[in-house]
Design a protein around this ligand. Sequence first.
Ligand SMILES: NC(=O)c1ccc[n+]([C@@H]2O[C@H](COP(=O)([O-])OP(=O)(O)OC[C@H]3O[C@@H](n4cnc5c(N)ncnc54)[C@H](OP(=O)(O)O)[C@@H]3O)[C@@H](O)[C@H]2O)c1
Length: 492
Amino acid sequence: MELSNLMVIFGGTGDLTYRKLIPALYNLQHEGLLPENFVLVSVGRRDKTTEEYLVGIEEGIRGNARFPFEEEQWNRLKARIHYYRLPFEDDEAYPEFDNYLCTLEHKYATRGNRMFYLAVAPEYFSVIVDKLQKNGLVREVGAWSRVVIEKPFGKDFASAKELSRHITHVFGEENTYRIDHYLGKEMLQNIMVIRFANAFFEPVWNNKHIDHIQISSTETLGVGDRGGYYENSGALKDMVQNHLLQLLAVTTMEPPIRLDTESIRDEKVKVFKGLKELDEDLVVHNVVRGQYVRGIVDGQEVPGYREEDRVADGSDTETFVALKVEIQNFRWSGVPIYIRTGKRMHHKSIEVSVQFKEMADLLYMKGYQSTAPNMLVIRIQPYEGVSLQFNAKKPGTTNEMVPVKMDFCQNCEIGYSSPEAYERLLFDVMKGDSTLFTRWDEVEYSWRYVDRITQAWAKNKPAFPNYQAGSEGPREAMDLLARDGRKWWTSN
Ligand SMILES: NC(=O)c1ccc[n+]([C@@H]2O[C@H](COP(=O)([O-])OP(=O)(O)OC[C@H]3O[C@@H](n4cnc5c(N)ncnc54)[C@H](OP(=O)(O)O)[C@@H]3O)[C@@H](O)[C@H]2O)c1
C-alpha cells in the first residue's frame, strides 16, 4: 500500500481546516500513522506567509486535537506544512502552482501521489476540479490522484448528479471520496460489528422481534455564524439526506457478502431502494418540520432562529425535522423507523434506539406487571457505548418487575478517547479505502427520497416558529409517535 502523498487542502484558512483537518493530521502524526513521505499544502485566498499560517493552526491544534499538544510532534508536523495563496478562479495561476507542487514532491519524495481536499463552499467544487484537470495537475499514470469533497454534495438530485458527473469525469468514481463524517464516527462503524458479530442480536434484528427503531441527532447549539449557509440548506438537507440516512442504512442493511467496500455499499443502496416512496399526503402525515423561537438552553436565554446572524426576518428554513420512514423489504416490513434532528434542543446526543416487541403475557398470570420494553440503545455522541434494557424481578416477596440496564461506555474511562472521524477518514483516503465514503448511487437515492419532501413542503407555508429553544421540538413531532402509541426515547 502506497501511503506517501502530497495533500492539498483548498480552503486551508477555513474553519473546517482549522478545527478538524489539521488537528486530525496532528493526531495521525501523534499515533505514528502519518506517512514518512508526506507534505501538506494549504491553499487560501489571504496573503500570508507559511510562518504566519503556522501560528494560526498551532492554536487550532491546541484547542481541537484529541492528543495533548507536544512540541516535538508539532515540530515534526509543521516542517511538512506549507501555505500557498491561490484565488480558485485564477486559471493562469495553476501552472505555477503545479510547478510549486512538483518541487515539493521532489523534496519530500511523495512519489507523485496527490490528495486534493476541497474544504470550500460548494460553488467552487467544479471550478477547482476543472482547473486541476485543464492545467494537468491530476496524475493519471504511475501515481494516484484522489479528490475529497465536503458536504453538501448538491442541493437536490439534479444538482448532485451534475456535480458528480463533473468530478468523476476528471477523477473517476474510484478516486472520488464524498465525505460523510458520520461514517467516520467510531460507534457508527461499531453498529456493524455489534449486529454481525453477536449471536444474540442478528437473529432478532427483524420485524418478528423489533417493534420500531429511532434514529436521533439533536444539538443544543443554534446556527451560530453559519446562518448564511443554513438558510440555503435547513435541517433536512444538512442532516437527513446524508448523515441520518447513512445511519439508517448501516442499522438496517443486510449482512454484506464480504466486508469489502463495494459489498457494503451495495447493501446500503438496497436499503435506499427499499424506502417507501413518499407522496404529498405521506409527507403531510409522516414528516414534521420545525423552527426554534427564543428560549432557555442550558440555563441561558438564546435568540430564536429568525434573530440569528445572516438569517432572514421571516425565514421559513427548518431547524428541526422528524419523520417516519418505512423500508419495504422482507426484514423490515411493518417496522417504522422514526428519525429526528434539531438545533437548540433540550440535549445534545446522537443515538440509535431499537425497541423490541413486548413478550407474551405469561407472567401476568402470576401477577407481574409489565414495566418497560426491551431496548438496545447505541450511543454515538457525546458518550460512545451500548446500553441494553431488560426486565428483572424486583428483589423481595412480591411479584414485581423492574427495568434494569446493562451499560457499556466506551469513552467513559479516563484517558480513553476514540479517534476523531476526520482522522480515520483522512487515513482511509491515503490508504485508498473508500468504504466509509458515499458512492454515487447512495447519494442519488437519498436525494431522490429527500427531494419528494422538499417538493411537497414547497406547496405549503409552514407555521414557523413552532418550538421553543431548549425544548424537545415541536408538538407535532411528539404526535407523530403518539399516534402510533409510542414516544421518543431519550437515554441522557
Ligand atoms: N466548518 C465546518 O464545521 C464544516 C462541517 C462540515 C462541512 N463543512 C463544509 O466544508 C466546506 C468549508 O467550510 P468552512 O466552514 O471551512 O468554510 P470557511 O471557513 O468559509 O472557509 C472557506 C475557505 O475557502 C477559501 N476561499 C473562499 N473563496 C476563495 C477563493 N475565491 N479563492 C481562494 N480561496 C477561497 C477561504 O480562504 P480565505 O479565508 O483566505 O478567504 C477559506 O480558506 C464547506 O463546503 C462546508 O459546507 C464545514
